[in-house]
Structures are given as structure tokens and as C-alpha cells.
Design a protein around this ligand. Structure first.
Ligand SMILES: Nc1ncnc2c1ncn2[C@@H]1O[C@H](COP(=O)(O)OP(=O)(O)OP(=O)(O)O)[C@@H](O)[C@H]1O
Length: 235
């Protein structure tokens, strides 16, 4: 059973002016799928359509029954008037997580991400990377079946990135699926099981690195080289 089935015929910001067309893919338990493509290609629009944030669209987006998702946006969104601890408690209440479980989960993530000394501070006072870490912790705490992450690596220091990848790997082993858009292709090549390459609002290639290499006729290429071969094409 797929965690998520996506078949977007078209989607855009104004009626009759689609910016993405014919984007089809699925996400299975335990998989990490990377959404890659140049600036303005339609990655965020694809994610927003999946999340139901786009009004003008046609197609079908189906999460499996009972699957819950966490979305981590590219630009952190949070409540200006709440401390990080209050955000954690709020998420725990909304998700109905028992206090002791919430505390145990939070403690592990806070310690590992070295955020335990900052939980009583307002998130508005955090640096960009700290805000990103805080949002990731809030998502991890809920243990969803699906993670949808828009560019997780920008802003994270190398240690935080390593920590995030190891937590995501644990989540995959638990059966969670991860859909992640990123420009950090060397990391994506290392950690993603499959890729969706979007250019000019269309799916230009998809599959494992081996399958993408075949689609580019570059049998030994890196993901970066395949990306350039596809992104550089005129059409
Ligand atoms: N809020 C918006 N209103 C109108 N057009 C938009 C809006 N957001 C994006 N677009 C347009 O939709 C197209 C796809 O943009 P999108 O943000 O999906 O690209 P992206 O692949 O996520 O790019 P990036 O790598 O720069 O984040 C672009 O032409 C962009 O100008």
C-alpha cells in the first residue's frame, strides 16, 4: 500500500494558468524520495498541491488511510508569541500525545540537536538554523507516517545535517515515507531511494539513480551530472 499517490494533471496560482502539468509519483513506506529541479521549476508548487494549499488544480492526491503527515516548509513558520517549549506542548496537545511520551521524545531530539538549553526562548529570537532545527524537532515528535520537507538542508550546520539524516533514517526504518525537495544533490544522491526531476513544471525524469542514468543515457553519471543534462536541455 502506498503512503501517498500523486497524480497532478495541472496546478497553478491563477485559474487557467497552470505552472505544473502531469506530475505523477508515489511514496512507499520506508522510502525517501527527492524532488529536484531548477529554481522556479515547480517543486514547491507540487508540494503545496499535495498539502491542499493550491486552489486551482486538477488531478488526484491520495494519502493512505490513517496516514498522518508532517510538513516542514522552506521558510520556518511558527507562533510569534510562544516559546519553543510552548510549541512542543501545543503540538503534543493537538496530536493527543501522552505527556510522558512527549517528554521522552522531546528530550532525545532536544539533546541531540543541542537545543535543550533554548526551550524557554521565543522562537522569533532563534537564528535561522535554530528555527529550522526547532521545526524539524516539532515534526519528528509527532512520528507521522509521511514527512514532506521543503529544502531541509539550507541553514543547517554540518553536524545538524548529519543528526537530521540519522533521525530520518530511523524514521524510514519505522516505516515512514519522506518526500523532500532539495538542491543539495550530492546529499540527495547519497540518501534518497528515488528522485522526481521537475523542469518547467513537468516531470522530466523519475526513478532510482540507475533509472535516471538510463533516461539520460549516462550510465555512470552522478545525480548532479544527470541533473545538468536534464536541466540544460532546451525543452
Ligand atoms: N505565490 C505564487 N503566485 C504566483 N506564482 C507563483 C507563486 N509561487 C510560485 N509561483 C510560480 O510558479 C512557478 C513554480 O514555482 P515554485 O515555487 O513551485 O518553484 P520551485 O521549483 O519550488 O523553485 P525554487 O527552487 O526556486 O524554490 C514559478 O514560475 C513561480 O514564479
Amino acid at each position: 500500500m502506498n503512503l501517498l499517490d500523486v497524480k497532478i494533471d495541472q496546478a497553478g496560482y491563477e485559474s487557467g494558468k497552470p505552472v505544473i502539468n502531469d506530475i505523477k509519483f508515489d511514496l512507499n513506506p520506508g522510502e525517501m524520495v527527492g524532488v529536484i529541479g531548477p529554481n522556479g521549476a515547480g517543486k514547491s508548487t507540487t508540494i503545496k498541491t499535495i498539502l491542499g494549499l493550491i486552489e486551482n488544480w486538477k488531478g488526484r492526491v491520495a494519502f493512505s488511510e490513517k496516514s498522518r503527515y508532517s510538513y516542514i516548509p522552506e521558510r520556518p513558520i511558527f507562533y510569534d508569541e510562544l516559546t519553543f517549549k510552548e510549541h512542543i506542548d501545543f503540538i503534543g496537545a493537538v496530536e493527543g500525545i501522552e505527556d510522558s511520551i512527549l517528554e521522552a521524545r522531546a528530550a532525545e531530539y532536544l539533546k541531540t540537536f543541542q537545543m535543550d538549553g533554548h526551550i524557554h526562548e521565543m522562537m522569533t529570537t532563534y537564528s535561522k538554523g535554530m528555527q529550522q532545527k526547532a521545526l524539524l524537532i516539532l515534526a519528528l515528535i509527532t512520528k507521522p507516517e509521511v514527512y514532506i520537507i521543503d529544502e531541509p538542508f539550507i541553514g543547517l550546520d554540518p553536524d545538524a545535517m548529519k543528526i537530521l539524516l540519522s533521525f530520518l533514517e530511523k524514521e524510514q526504518l519505522r516505516g515512514a515515507g519522506i518526500l523532500m525537495s532539495t538542491h543539495v544533490l550530492d546529499t540527495a544522491e547519497r540518501v534518497c531511494d528515488r528522485f522526481i526531476m521537475i523542469k518547467n513544471g513537468q516531470l522530466k525524469a523519475d526513478g532510482t539513480l540507475t533509472e535516471i542514468r538510463k533516461q539520460c543515457s549516462m550510465p555512470k553519471a552522478t545525480l548532479y551530472e544527470c541533473y545538468h543534462s536534464i536541466a540544460g536541455e532546451q525543452k
